[in-house]
Design a protein around this ligand. Structure first.
Ligand SMILES: NCc1[nH]cc(CCC(=O)O)c1CC(=O)O
Length: 315
């Protein structure tokens, strides 16, 4: 039998959301292994430092995870906690996505001081989001609204809303809930209205594949249904060359043995939207996700994605 760990170091970004997530994992590990000392190693990543430019222009996937991976390689940390949405789909050796935790609310949320929902916004209202996925879906359904970029951590984004720079902003419900900001949510965008990004609302734990004992220690944190959804959603993104910088949504749900996957690719201006849907046995989550991506490719997704690979933003 594998002995329990005695000390575990969690690498995390220092944003409030990242810290909440890392503390959540710390608390889970602490109750699993009461004799273990679990500590956080807070780090600032390049993605946190660059606030004035669109992320895609700065270049590279995984802008928020590289420093954490370096800490794993150096042995300064044993595990890194991420919002799964921000983890590149092409994670490669020597790194391993070891455990995926139960998903929180995957929906996007409508946040405003003056309006209750997108439907209530007068024509010409400015809606803040830097996600091409959100932008495409909003502009398709609400062509009379103006979508403008919005970057920064959650507190920064809410500050910009409160200073009147936007009539409303769209944020992931999960992030707001984690920070105790659920009261800022005026309404939810149902998944039919704003299909979530791959992995939205879930946490992923990254380790080095050379540490099989870490993988075993983390196994109790893995949530089977969420992990299956993540496998399917990330397969959609991977086939479509996915980074967080394309107007791509992928959302799966498990019911019993069945997994249902919905995906879409859209022109950011809302002029065109391709939809895919597949369902099948949950044991085939990954292949089913690839099938959903193929449906999108068959409809011409490549043409939309190709011209966007040099532009873009958040998930
Ligand atoms: N794009 C950044 C990001 N990464 C994870 C979350 C929220 C938590 C989650 O989706 O799991 C957010 C903020 C947002 O999209 O509003």
């Amino acid at each position: 039998m594998l002995a329990s760990p005695t000390r575990l170091v969690i690498a995390t970004r220092a944003s409030r959301l990242a810290l909440w997530q890392a503390e959540h994992v710390r608390d889970r590990l602490q109750s699993l292994y009461p004799g273990c000392e679990v500590v956080l190693l807070e780090m600032t990543t390049r993605g946190d430092q660059i606030l004035d430019r669109s992320l895609s222009k700065v270049g590279g996937k995984g802008l928020f995870i590289k420093e954490l991976e370096t800490a794993l390689l150096d042995g300064r940390a044993d595990l890194a906690v991420h919002s799964l949405k921000d983890v590149p789909v092409d994670m490669q050796s020597p790194f391993l996505l070891s455990a995926i935790l139960e998903r929180d609310d995957p929906r996007d949320a409508f946040v405003s001081n003056d309006f209750a929902s997108l439907t209530d916004l007068p024509a010409g209202s400015v809606v803040g989001t830097s996600s091409l996925r959100r932008e495409a879906q909003i502009r398709q359904q609400f062509p009379q609204l103006v979508v403008q970029p919005l970057r920064g951590n959650l507190d920064t984004r809410l500050g910009k809303l409160d200073r009147g720079e936007y009539a409303a902003i769209i944020l992931a419900a999960a992030g707001l809930r984690r920070l105790g900001l659920a009261s800022r949510i005026r309404s939810f965008l149902e998944v039919e209205q704003s299909l979530p990004a791959a992995g939205q609302g879930a946490l992923g734990i990254e380790i080095l594949e050379s540490r099989p004992e870490m993988h075993q220690w983390l196994a109790p944190l893995q949530h089977a249904d969420t992990a299956a959804c993540a496998l399917a959603e990330r397969a959609v993104s991977r086939v479509l060359g996915g980074s967080c910088q394309v107007p791509l949504a992928a959302f799966a749900q498990v019911q019993g043995d069945t997994i249902r996957i919905r995906a879409l690719v859209g022109e950011p201006d809302g002029s065109r939207m391709l939809h895919a849907e597949v369902a099948g046995n949950v044991s085939h989550a990954e292949q089913l996700g690839e099938g959903a991506a193929q449906q999108l490719l068959d409809q011409g997704a490549q043409a939309i994605l190709a011209k966007l690979l040099s532009a873009g933003t958040d998930a």
